[in-house]
Design a protein around this ligand. Structure first.
Ligand code: GLU
Length: 428
C-alpha cells in the first residue's frame, strides 16, 4: 500500500513522519480486514488532540535553552488517555503521534479503560544535569497542564524518563491544583503512591508472552537462547526475567555497542558492572560485537527493546530467530512484516508484548484513586493473568481467522474502540 496515494492519510503535520506513516499503514491494513466504517477509520487515523510547547530553561552554564515538547492524545473514547513521556533526540510530532495511536491499541487489547497518548521532549537526557532535567520536566508539565489530569490524560515513564521524572510531574501538578495528586502520573516512586512492580512490569509482561510463545513452538526455556536489543528499563528486566527462567541471553546491545557470549551472559554481573557507571560493551563477561549484527544472530528469541523501525526490509529476511518478541513500540516496519509473513517466525506484536507496563500503570492509577494499596503478589498475579488472557485471545483470533498475530491483535483492539465510538455517537 502506498501511503501517499491514500486519501485518508493526514497531511502534512503528522503525515511526513515515517513512524506515523507506519502506524497509519497498520491501521489501514486492519481496517480492510475487519471492514471498518470509513468515518471511524478517518477519525482513528488522526490524533484527537496534539500540543506542541516551547520549554525554555536555564542551563547550568547560565544560558537559556528552549526545548520543544509534545503531548499527543490519540483517543479519549474509552477513558482518560494514557501513555509515557519520552526524552530522546529523535522525538518529533510524528513519532509521538504514532506512539499515541499504538497506546490506544495497547490499552484496548488489554481491556483497560484508557485511550492512548504519548509525550516527549526532543533532547539528549544523558547530556543534561539533574537540575536541568528537573527544570525541563517542571516547565514542560506547566506547559501541558491544560490538557492533563487524572480523568483526562495520565502520563508515565518511557525512554529517557523514570520514577524521578514522574515525581517532579506529580509535584508540579499538585502545587498547581493545591493538593497532593498522585493519580496524575503512574510509574512514580512507591513512597509517592507508586505501585510495587511497576518498574519491572513491561519486561515481566514481555517474558510472560515469550514463555507462551515457547510453548507454542515446543521449545523449553532451558533449551532457548535470546538476543536483546536495548538495555534500558524494558531490555534489562527482560534479560533478568529470562535468565531467571533458564533462558540463555547470548547477545545484548545498547546505544553505545553490543556484547555476545554463546555460554550466556551473566546478567547479575552485567547489572553490577553497569551500576558502577561502566559501558555495556566493556563488560568483561562477553565479547564486543556489532549492534546491528546481533539482530541477525541465530537464536530462539529476538527481543527488540529499543526504538522504532529496527527490523526493516533490509534485515528482515536475514533474521534467524524463531520468536520475535517486540519489547519496543513499533520495532518492525510494515515492509519487514510482509517479509516475515513468509517465514515461520512467531511474532508477539508490540501492542501485546510490551503492554505489561501500562497494565500495571492501570493498577497504580486504580490504587491511587482508591487510596488503597495492593501487595507485590497481587500485582504480579493480576499482571500475569491479564497478559495470558490477552495473549490467548489474540492467538485464538489469529488461528481462527488465519491472521498474523499483529493483525489479530490490531483487529481486536480497533474493533473494541470502533464499537465504543459507535455506541457513544458523534457529538453534537
Ligand atoms: N511508556 C509505556 C508504554 O509505551 C508505558 C505507558 C504507561 O504506563 O502509561 O507502554
Amino acid at each position: 500500500m502506498d501511503t501517499n496515494n491514500h486519501k485518508n492519510l493526514p497531511k502534512p503535520i503528522y503525515g511526513e513522519s515515517p513512524v506515523f506513516q507506519m502506524a497509519v499503514l497498520q491501521l489501514l491494513e486492519v481496517a480492510e480486514v475487519i471492514g471498518l466504517d470509513q468515518n471511524i477509520l478517518e477519525r482513528l487515523s488522526k490524533p484527537k488532540r496534539a500540543m506542541v510547547v516551547s520549554v525554555p530553561i536555564r542551563m547550568d552554564n547560565g544560558k537559556t535553552h528552549t526545548f520543544i515538547g509534545y503531548r499527543v492524545q490519540h483517543s479519549l473514547t474509552s477513558g482518560p488517555s494514557k501513555g509515557g513521556i519520552r526524552y530522546h533526540p529523535s522525538v518529533d510530532i510524528g513519532e509521538v503521534a504514532a506512539l499515541a495511536m499504538w497506546m490506544t491499541w495497547k490499552c484496548a487489547i488489554m481491556n483497560l479503560p484508557f485511550g492512548g497518548a504519548k509525550g516527549g521532549i526532543a533532547c539528549d537526557p544523558d547530556k543534561l544535569s539533574m537540575g536541568e532535567k528537573e527544570r525541563m520536566t517542571r516547565r514542560f508539565t506547566e506547559e501541558i497542564l491544560p490538557i492533563i489530569g487524572p480523568r483526562m490524560d495520565v502520563p508515565a515513564p518511557d525512554l529517557g524518563t523514570d520514577e524521578q521524572t514522574m515525581a517532579w510531574i506529580m509535584d508540579t501538578y499538585s502545587m498547581s491544583v493545591g493538593y497532593a495528586c498522585p493519580e496524575i502520573v503512574t510509574g512514580k516512586p512507591i513512597e509517592l503512591g507508586g505501585c510495587i512492580g511497576r518498574r519491572e512490569a513491561t519486561g515481566r509482561g514481555v517474558v510472560y508472552c515469550i514463555m507462551q510463545a515457547l510453548q507454542e513452538i515446543g521449545v523449553s526455556a532451558g533449551n532457548a537462547t535470546a538476543v536483546v536489543q536495548g538495555y534500558g528499563n524494558v531490555g534489562a528486566v527482560t534479560c533478568q526475567e529470562l535468565a531467571m527462567r533458564g533462558v540463555k541471553v547470548i547477545a545484548i546491545s545498547d546505544r553505545y555497542g553490543a556484547i555476545t557470549n554463546p555460554e550466556g551472559i551473566d546478567i547479575a554481573a552485567l547489572n553490577k558492572h553497569m551500576a558502577d557507571g561502566k559501558l555495556l560493551k566493556e563488560f568483561p563477561g562477553g565479547r564486543e560485537a556489532d549492534a546491528n549484527e546481533i539482530l541477525t544472530m541465530p537464536c530462539t528469541v529476538l527481543v527488540p527493546a529499543a526504538l522504532e523501525r529496527q527490523i526493516t526490509e533490509n534485515n528482515a529476511a536475514q533474521l534467524k530467530c524463531r520468536i520475535l518478541a517486540e519489547g519496543a513500540n513499533g520495532p518492525t516496519t510494515p515492509e519487514a512484516d510482509k517479509i516475515l509473513a513468509d517465514s515461520d517466525i512467531f511474532i508477539i506484536p508490540d501492542i501485546l508484548c510490551n503492554a505489561g507496563g501500562v497494565t500495571v500503570s492501570y493498577f497504580e492509577w486504580v490504587q491511587d484513586m482508591a487510596q488503597f494499596f495492593w501487595d507485590e503478589a497481587q500485582v504480579n498475579q493480576k499482571l500475569e493473568q491479564l497478559m495470558l488472557k490477552a495473549f490467548h485471545q489474540v492467538r485464538t483470533v489469529a488461528k481462527e481467522s488465519k491472521l498474523s498475530m499483529r493483525l489479530a491483535g490490531m483487529s481486536l483492539a480497533v474493533k473494541k474502540v470502533a464499537q465504543e465510538k459507535k455506541r457513544r455517537g458523534l457529538y453534537p
